[in-house]
Design a protein around this ligand. Sequence first.
Ligand code: FES
Length: 404
Amino acid sequence: SHRATIDKIEELVRNENIECDFERLDGFLFVPPGESKDLLDRELSAVHRAGLSDIEFVPRAPLRDFNTGTALRYPRQAQFHPLKYLIGLAKALEKQGGRIFERIKAESIKGGTPGHIETADGGHITADSIVVATNIPVNDRLTNQAEQAAYRSYVIGVRVPSDSVTRALYWDTADPYHYVRLARDQDADLLIVGGEDHKTGQADDADLRYRTLESWTRERFPQAAQVEYRWSGQIIEPFDTLAFIGHNPGDYPNVFIATGFSGNGMTHGTIAGMLLTDLILARENRWAKLYNPARITPRAALEFIKESANFVAQYLDWITPGETADAAKIQAGSAAIIRQSFKKIAAYRDNDGRLHECSAICPHLGCVVAWNSSEKTWDCPCHGSRFTPYGKVLNGPATTDLYK
Ligand code: FES
């Protein structure tokens, strides 16, 4: 299905003349130094069972200074500039009569005949079908969120001399894994290296993670100049690594979700477009069962037990002491959780020294948020909701702000 969507994206780019730097590239997967290649052997037999017979072993990935050892080569992968592509898609949609409304917040979402959405500004929308594609669904309290977890992933952009790194996609089998690709940046190439993922809201050591990524990069790419960019992003990881795309379990038949893209949002997102179109039009689609949000797999069940234990552990934060007892100790530009009798307060002191206090209890399902000093956000360790330092919701599944 992912391979079919790369073809679909290429077709759209060609037919709609979207200038988005689309290029076909090989992908190379390798194990970290000193590890057995057993995992690659299993991967190869799995991809061959899936019918991808052109994937093969090569003695090493085509990198000058970095001997990866035996690697798997995946031909005809692709990369493109996602925002340029998105703008092109939006224009193509509008050309065909589609309309896009932005900055309208759905307050309640209800299926039925017709489906009905109430917006935060008091508007009403009726629809034959509703697709909730909000990273993590905001219309579902328990079912789906128990089957996936939010992670933060860290990325650096390092300048390298033009053409000093073979253009391809590279990734390893470490856990969390490293991923490497190249972008053009003025007259040099930009090497983009990511990894160092952790569960959202369960670590606040971004500087260390960026430094670790940088030394991993310098060891393998000695031509790397200074780090030009660094950022982190949110990934939603379903327990069996396949997205949930289809009818929202337990909901009206005309409410659909697309979530859990597992760091493969370009292809999973395109799969969602193709699959949901067929479901809405009541057409057969051979991927429907695979991505069915109501599926249960033995592996997912095991992961579910592990993740549930992690989720429950987060509630212990309710009874722990605050990080500081005294708000006066919070420095400008930083924040801390304060305990006041039975309450937990998320307190942020802005650069002018003013203190801003909210409840530290996430309005989604009541976990205690944690400060992310790198992004300057309050992040929820349970399902990944994120809030500004002042408590405004940035990222679901929470749909409301932290309480004042
Ligand atoms: Fe679920 Fe915060 S995101 S409790």
